[in-house]
Design a protein around this ligand. Structure first.
Ligand code: CA
Length: 425
């Protein structure tokens, strides 16, 4: 079971890497997320690391794996992944005999460069945020906000992997075709309605053979873990191009991932029941299982922060725009996404990425996009320095943070994904 609680989750565990024991650390010994790093300024190949406190452990140098290729690690089964987690937990805990040897395999996070945590072959973006689907649907189609398939089918589309970058990504404002509702013809130019989308990214571990669906009971065995994902979106391009085949250039100019994959095992203490509101249809049998009902949902707190160029120049910190929780926002569980994606025989491969879709809660202050927060640009927000925003402006740095807290468990974090909008050109 990926969501079994075991000795690696023991809240009493402390690490000999003392920064991991500080209150509020995203990376205590109960977390152990995976990423790819190299010493800052070097041209070395990226290698596999595990975040612990403010350090990164080189897992190959520590003798735990014999590869530098994250995708090879992803292809292993859940049992190998769990054994690796146990070995990491035992070696990093206080009093471990490994301390002397593994100290030599540590790098300060401040002295390393991180990259996208694996090679992403295919990227599928889902649409599990029902409050987002409702709010956006009301703006695009007031007569029918939620399409009739929404409560039956986990809606998704195939996105683009080549433009996915890691936190810190800087990208030019996209240009393209837009058409105002009252204009006779479209015009061409920089997007004026550039937005973010607050999502989780699910990284596929072991794949499946073409023609061999993954049953929901095994679905989570095929997920390695979770990252934060900002699916930048040009709303004006989107409104003009999205029918009949869905998003295209409005979405594929940049997408940004956080550098650390928090494993499904690390998230075990932060699961909750999957329940449908009264009156909603129950999932079809291939999307239903006792385990999914009992603990299919994830409880992750997500925050969105903004720092404008003016704030940065004045030395003012980022300001929080919203805060919400994934369990309230998502209509489908990660296991259901795997089962649905493969039910027709589609083959997943190690390193494939699923986006959850924008995870907005039921209230305005839990919005996962500016489209919702400013009601389609009609209600600007005012920042502490007096600046106003409807959509993102050049120089804006948008950051997302995620963490899990629950009584009886040690807080773990997903870290941060941030990105900066540059002028078009
Ligand atoms: Ca999206």
């Amino acid at each position: 079971m990926t969501n079994a609680i075991n000795a690696t989750h023991d809240p009493k565990l402390k690490s000999w890497v003392t920064s991991a024991n500080e209150a509020g650390s995203d990376f205590p010994i109960q977390n152990l997320p995976f990423g790819r790093f190299r010493p800052s300024g070097s041209k070395e190949a990226f290698r596999i690391g595990v975040a612990i406190g403010d350090q990164v452990l080189d897992v190959k140098a520590a003798g735990l794996v014999d590869t530098d290729d994250m995708n090879v690690l992803l292809a292993q089964g859940a049992s190998e992944r769990q054994a690796l987690r146990t070995a990491l937990s035992e070696g990093l805990r206080e009093g471990s005999a490994k301390q002397a040897a593994w100290s030599k395999a540590l790098h300060a996070q401040s002295a390393v460069e991180l990259t996208v945590p694996c090679r992403i072959g295919d990227y599928t973006d889902f649409y599990t945020g029902i409050h987002h689907a409702n709010a956006v649907g009301r703006q695009f189609r007031p007569d029918q906000p939620l399409m009739p398939n929404y409560k039956w089918v986990p809606i998704g589309y195939h996105g683009r992997a080549s433009s996915i970058g890691v936190s810190g990504q800087r990208f030019k404002r996209p240009q393209g075709q837009t058409k105002a509702p009252d204009a006779a013809e479209p015009s061409f130019g920089p997007s004026k309605r550039l937005d973010y989308e607050l999502e989780l990214g699910f990284i596929v571990g072991r794949g499946n053979d073409l023609g061999e669906p993954i049953a929901i009971a095994e679905a989570e065995q095929h997920l390695f873990g979770v990252t934060l994902l900002n699916d930048w979106s040009a709303r004006d391009l989107q409104a003009w191009e999205y029918q009949p085949l869905g998003p295209f250039l409005a979405k594929n100019f940049a997408s940004t991932l956080s550098p650390w994959i928090v494993t499904m095992e690390a998230l075990a203490p932060f699961r909750s029941k999957f329940e449908r509101p009264a009156g909603d249809p129950q999932p079809l049998p291939y999307l239903d299982s006792p385990a999914n009902r009992e603990s299919g949902a994830l409880e992750i707190t997500l925050e969105v922060w903004l720092q404008t160029a003016k704030m940065r120049e004045a030395g003012e910190p980022a300001v929080r725009l919203t805060r919400g929780n994934t369990a309230e926002a998502a209509y489908w569980t990660p296991g259901q996404l795997v089962a649905h994606h493969t039910v027709n025989g589609c083959n997943l491969q190690p390193g494939d990425l699923f986006g959850s879709g924008t995870l907005s809660g039921p209230t305005q202050d839990q919005s996962g996009s500016l489209l919702e927060l400013t009601v389609g640009g009609k209600q600007p927000i005012t920042l502490p320095n007096g600046e106003k925003r409807t959509f993102l402006e050049d120089g804006d740095t948008l950051s997302m943070r995620g963490y899990c807290e629950r009584a009886g468990a040690v807080r773990i974090g997903l870290g941060e994904v941030s990105g900066t909008v540059l002028a078009a050109g």
